[in-house]
Design a binder for this molecule. Structure first.
Ligand code: FES
Length: 253
């Protein structure tokens, strides 16, 4: 079930270079959302008709609020980043399928702007959690994640934690898990898919990075699945409609 609402900005701040955190008051979306889902945010500037899909970083059901943490990557997100407390935004959601939740020793892995949705998942999961976050250089959301479990960091420039990527951090710390939940750039997801296959670990990935409109209109998010149709043609999946979360082995990318 999805809802279209006029959400009101409770507060917004820049938490790292070009990365903004926005708390929004919503009636229905906060009440129905779960970890791994996203909302489509419409621009008030009528010249940009397609919305921007932004994943949900935190959900506060008690106060009817959601937190979006996003990177300014174009005119739409630049417009959002300039808005202040009390401003209104048209949003549709919650969209997408979200992460399954299993009681297994877990890796929660986020890379770059794929980090925010892992926070709500960490809050919802009831299991042993090892949170592995890969940043370019500047860290963000660290205090929030540290409340949810043990956090391991990798940075490309080695300025914090392990120098390298999330798999380097896993190896350097000698970690293991029975299940992987991950969101981040495609090369990271590809490496995790391979790592999970080799080590026989259940692996769930959010491919939200590949989304453009988030509402099934642009087809920029089509990927091939392992499924075949009745004529043995490969079945395509739209990440924004059938995802963004997939079992890693079910998709080709
Ligand atoms: Fe546009 Fe899926 S993101 S169709």
């Amino acid at each position: 079930e999805k809802f279209e609402e006029t959400a009101i900005i409770i507060r917004q701040e820049e938490i790292a270079d070009d990365i903004y955190s926005m708390w929004l008051h919503t009636d229905q979306i906060a009440a129905h959302a779960k970890a791994g889902q996203f909302v489509s945010v419409y621009c008030n500037d009528g010249s940009r008709l397609l919305p921007r899909p932004i994943s949900i970083c935190e959900i506060d059901k008690k106060d009817g609020a959601i937190r979006l943490v996003y990177r300014v990557a174009g005119k739409g997100t630049a417009e959002f980043s300039g808005m202040h407390t009390g401003a209104q935004l048209r949003i549709v959601g919650p969209l997408g399928n979200g992460f399954p939740k299993k009681e297994k020793k877990a890796f929660l892995i986020g890379g770059g702007i794929g980090i925010p949705p892992m926070l709500q998942l960490a809050k919802e999961l009831n299991c042993e959690k090892q949170i592995v976050l890969g940043f370019r250089d500047e860290l963000f959301l660290m205090d929030e994640f540290k409340k949810q479990g043990k956090v391991y960091v990798a940075t490309e420039d080695g300025s914090a934690g392990t120098e390298g990527n999330v798999l380097d951090a896993i190896r350097e710390n000698g970690l293991d898990a029975e299940i992987i939940y991950a969101c981040g750039p495609m090369p990271m997801l590809r490496a995790l898919k391979e790592y999970a296959e080799k080590n026989h670990i259940e692996c769930w990935i959010s491919m939200e990075e590949r989304m453009a409109c988030g509402i099934g209109a642009c087809l920029a998010c089509v990927c091939q699945s392992k499924e075949k149709d009745a004529h043995s043609n490969v079945k395509n999946k739209r990440i924004c409609k059938e995802g963004p979360v997939f079992r890693a082995e079910e998709v080709e990318f």
